[in-house]
Design a binder for this molecule. Sequence first.
Ligand SMILES: *[C@@H]1O[C@H](CO)[C@@H](O)[C@H](O)[C@H]1NC(C)=O
Ligand SMILES: *[C@@H]1O[C@H](CO)[C@@H](O)[C@H](O)[C@H]1NC(C)=O
Ligand SMILES: *[C@@H]1O[C@H](CO)[C@@H](O)[C@H](O)[C@H]1NC(C)=O
Ligand SMILES: *[C@@H]1O[C@H](CO)[C@@H](O)[C@H](O)[C@H]1NC(C)=O
Length: 398
Amino acid sequence: MNQKLLLILFLFQLILAEDKPDAKRNFTEVCTAHGYLVEVHTVTTADNYILTLFRVPRKANQPANPNQRVAFLQHGLLDCADTWIMDLPNSPGFQMVDAGYDVWFGNSRGNYHSLGHTTLDPWKNLTYWNFTWQHMADYDIPAVIPYVLQTTGQQKLTYIGHSQGTIQMFAHLAANPSFIQNINLFIALAPIGTVRYLKIDYFRLLKRIPLFEIMQKHGAGAFLPYDKAPGLNYDFCELFAGACDDVIMLLTDLTTGNDNTEMFPTILAHEAGGTSVYNMMHWQQMTNYLVYKVQKYDYGQAENLVVYGQKEAPVYNFAKIPGPIALFFGTDDRLADPTDGAWLRGILPAKSIVYQEETLDFGHLTFVWGKNMSYWDTVIGLANQYSSSSENLFLQAD
Ligand SMILES: *[C@@H]1O[C@H](CO)[C@@H](O)[C@H](O)[C@H]1NC(C)=O
Ligand SMILES: *[C@@H]1O[C@H](CO)[C@@H](O)[C@H](O)[C@H]1NC(C)=O
Ligand SMILES: *[C@@H]1O[C@H](CO)[C@@H](O)[C@H](O)[C@H]1NC(C)=O
Ligand SMILES: *[C@@H]1O[C@H](CO)[C@@H](O)[C@H](O)[C@H]1NC(C)=O
């Protein structure tokens, strides 16, 4: 039954892809086809991962502006940079460029754009996949943000994260509060501190069935690796049809009527981005906490001692996170549940939160794939207000 559903989805994707040319274009081709300039950059992290950044500075027919404001967009779990430019004509990424920003798109380690490493081949050595979101917080963030600032010659940028793109910045700021000096404003969409009340069925089911541990025992390092099976991962889906169905539910957020279903064939052709089994295990651990906390990956006491020098995995102190931060919650979000959102709002210092809203009927992915993206006007308004390009400093000095 689930396999049938998948087959239907797949055929649907193939048929509709015919009149959805972006389904067959990759990130750079989509940009070019819609008249935007695009550059590809790579950044090597302190732990030797090579990440791909995309930069869309402006439309090809527009003049360069040396003092352009910079925005950095970071995708969420199992996603990739493409998520920000699929929802035409409302895609948040292109709207940001149209608003005058030099827009950079991050790709988390392990997604199909960012499979580089100075020595490890992801398909030959499992050690490559030995990371979770905490490594994105500890290594990816402090590599990519300074690179973008240095390349653009700006002092600060506006960071916009979705889902896992928020927890990696929260965690980095908790550990390294002075990093906020690089950020004009941190805009957090479907923000994640932890996911105790997550309502995604397969995560709940997996409290009892240790799927990720089984995958790992059988030598699987990657979870939904697009690179091995472009489109959707049918090997995985044949083996674990139930889970796969829910992954698609998670990816497509089918519960909400607010998502742009017309674009799903295009979106699915670019998804899933892929991540590590370890990362999925970390998310699974987060659903099992009995109290609210944001904790590093728990390897078990003996291994924790080796890795962290203590028996318990370290906890991030979210009460220390500096602002300015703008929070956008969705009332229908099954992953960043409103109950967990309330905890997050309460634990962040009140003075760090400069704006918050609960967007009605938004699910987890409506923030990037919505039909009605009018909330993005608020995002641009906030970004403008907190931007400190020299142009803006001049206006303020006036
Ligand atoms: C997109 O495809 C073109 C043509 O095959 C290729 O040159 C380019 O590197 C690809 N871009 C990405 C981001 O994969
Ligand atoms: C994988 O990489 C690690 C770290 O560099 C190395 O110790 C190990 O021998 C490698 N394993 C294989 C199978 O190549
Ligand atoms: C991953 O890292 C942990 C902690 O350092 C270690 O126990 C484990 O053996 C590593 N696994 C692989 C496949 O490298
Ligand atoms: C889009 O949403 C906003 C509120 O966020 C609402 O005011 C507006 O009427 C909606 N537009 C459409 C076309 O539904």
